[in-house]
Design a protein around this ligand. Structure first.
Ligand SMILES: Cc1cc2nc3c(=O)[nH]c(=O)nc-3n(C[C@H](O)[C@H](O)[C@H](O)COP(=O)(O)O)c2cc1C
Length: 199
C-alpha cells in the first residue's frame, strides 16, 4: 500500500506541505508506505499537445514529470495538494494534471487509485480548486476520498482541526484503498479529457 503526497506549491516547506506531511503520517499509522513529492525546485513543463502519447502512451517531454509518472503508477493513493493561486490550483498543479493525458492506457492509468485533496488559501477560491481537482479525478476514474480546505492563520501546526482533518484524510485513503474498488472496464474512458457527447 503506497500513498503519494504531491505538493504543487513552489514553497517547499509551505502550508500545503505541512498538511500533506500530516496526512502522510496518518496514512503511515494505518500501515501504508508514504512518499512526499514537491514541485519545488522541479522542472515540470506544461503539455505541448504534440499528441505523440496518443500513439505511444509516452510523454516526449523529458523533465521531472518522468519521475512523477513512475510514482503515480506505483501509488495506490495520491493526495493532491495545492495552494489557491488566483481562484484556482497553481500552474504547477495544472501542468501535472495536463501531462497525465498520456496516462490513458489501462496498464498505465490513474484509474482506481484513491484520490485525496488538500487545498490551502488566504481567503477565497478554495472551492474552485477543489471542484477542478475532483472533476479531474472523475475523468480519470479515480476513487475520491475526503478533502481538507484550510485557511492557515499564524502557526498552522497549532490549528488542531486542520491538522486532525489532514491526518484523518491520510488514514481514510488507506481504508478506502484497502477495499480494492475497481471501476468496471466496460465503461472505461478514453485517455482524453474531451467531451463524450459531441457526435
Ligand atoms: C500568486 C499567488 C496567488 C494567490 N492567490 C490567492 C487567491 O486567489 N485566493 C486566496 O485565498 N489566496 C491566494 N494566495 C495565497 C495562498 O493560497 C496561501 O498563502 C497558501 O496558503 C499558500 O500555500 P503554500 O504555503 O503551500 O504555498 C495566493 C498566493 C500567491 C503567491
Amino acid at each position: 500500500m503506497k500513498i503519494l503526497g504531491l505538493s504543487c506549491s513552489p514553497r517547499k516547506e509551505g502550508n500545503t506541505m505541512t498538511l500533506l506531511t500530516q496526512a502522510l503520517e496518518g496514512a503511515r499509522s494505518e500501515g501504508a508506505q508514504t512518499e512526499p513529492f514537491t514541485v519545488s525546485g522541479k522542472d515540470i513543463k506544461p503539455c505541448d499537445s504534440c499528441r505523440a502519447c496518443n500513439k505511444t502512451g509516452e510523454c516526449t517531454i523529458k523533465d521531472d514529470m518522468q519521475q512523477l509518472y513512475v510514482k503515480f503508477l506505483e501509488a495506490d493513493g495520491i493526495i493532491f495538494g495545492t495552494p489557491v493561486y488566483f481562484y484556482g490550483m497553481t500552474a504547477q498543479a495544472k501542468a501535472i494534471i495536463d501531462r497525465t493525458i498520456s496516462m490513458g492506457r489501462p496498464e498505465k492509468s490513474m484509474a482506481n487509485k484513491v484520490g485525496g485533496v488538500i487545498v490551502t488559501a488566504g481567503s477565497m477560491g478554495i472551492v474552485d480548486a477543489l471542484k477542478d481537482l475532483y472533476f479531474y479525478m472523475v475523468t480519470r476514474q479515480m476513487v475520491p476520498a475526503n478533502y481538507v480546505a484550510a485557511y492557515p492563520r499564524g502557526d498552522l501546526k497549532q490549528m488542531e482541526k486542520c491538522m486532525k482533518a489532514s491526518y484523518d484524510l491520510g488514514r481514510q485513503m488507506v481504508h478506502i484503498a484497502n477495499r480494492g474498488f475497481k471501476y468496471p472496464t466496460e465503461f472505461a474512458r478514453a485517455g482524453f479529457a474531451y467531451g463524450t457527447h459531441t457526435l
